[in-house]
Design a binder for this molecule. Sequence first.
Ligand code: SF4
Length: 336
Amino acid sequence: MRKKYTSQDFTNGVPPKWCQGCGDYAVFKTLTTVFAHQTIPKEQYVVVSGIGCSSRLPYYMSTYGFHSIHGRAPTVALGVKMVNPHLSVWVVTGDGDALAIGGNHYNHIMRRNHDVKIILFNNQIYGLTKGQHSPTSPLGLITKTTPFGSIESPVQPIPQAIASGATFAARVPYTDMDLLGEVLTAAAQHRGTAIIEVLVRCAIYGEDLFDSPTSDNTKNNTILLKNKEPLIFGENRDKGIIMDSFEPKIVSLDKVNKRDLLVHDAHRENANLAYLLSTMSFPEFPLPMGIFRQVSKPTYEDALHEQEQKVIADQRQHGLLDTFMDRGTWELKNSV
Ligand code: SF4
């Protein structure tokens, strides 16, 4: 029988080296609590990170871990998972790490559906390297590298993940630890790649970045996605979302029939609705929080295992020499 754990069992006593007020603390605390409540034995957890403030997290966990190289955490994590499919493998990464240098890996791990969970700490800034703009920095943001305001369109991590085939995609603000716990628990139980974008505050270089959607008047600025429920939000829950000519539109509930409201369905095979919701951005729309997409599909590891078994059963011995001497090779003969 699995030992009963507490969140303390997943921390190693090393004091985290994050600034006071950094959002990373909340994710760390919630993650250790979620790990403690799963049925997974402690020795089966592996936490892999890239480079950045958030990527220090494996140092503070009492699990197996790997502080890998910039942007490459998904490659290390999927390697770990492929050689030992029994492990629960998690990637901890930031917006710079995952979406700039690691942007390529981000897309490919989604489409291949490796059974790896990715927590993307999105603070919209490079914190560790002292405040440069990142791929998710909003247009116009003044930073050390954009002194007159960023002129780049920001990457939207969730639409990008869904467009790449993510089978589980969610967004949570670090300020809502209950929702974060629910989403991380669902991710832990999902088979396939799970991407969880956590909106975290960098207390030093991006203090105000998430204030509007997550702190002030959140009932107007965010909308909680509840499966099979209509999209309703607002201080008095008096506003909703409908579709109007293939575009979402905010309406007052007293002006529409409730049956016309858009209903969320994270389990829908077709990803179009999840994609559409994930593109709704603040301040034009309330920022959606919760699980956008959660569908079943064979994992890469399943497909690999199935192929291996088939080849073994067919007794097709195909060694390196066979590959070299197969069709498409020829012998060079000296004409002299
Ligand atoms: Fe957190 Fe920002 Fe400090 Fe890094 S620089 S530890 S992201 S508050």
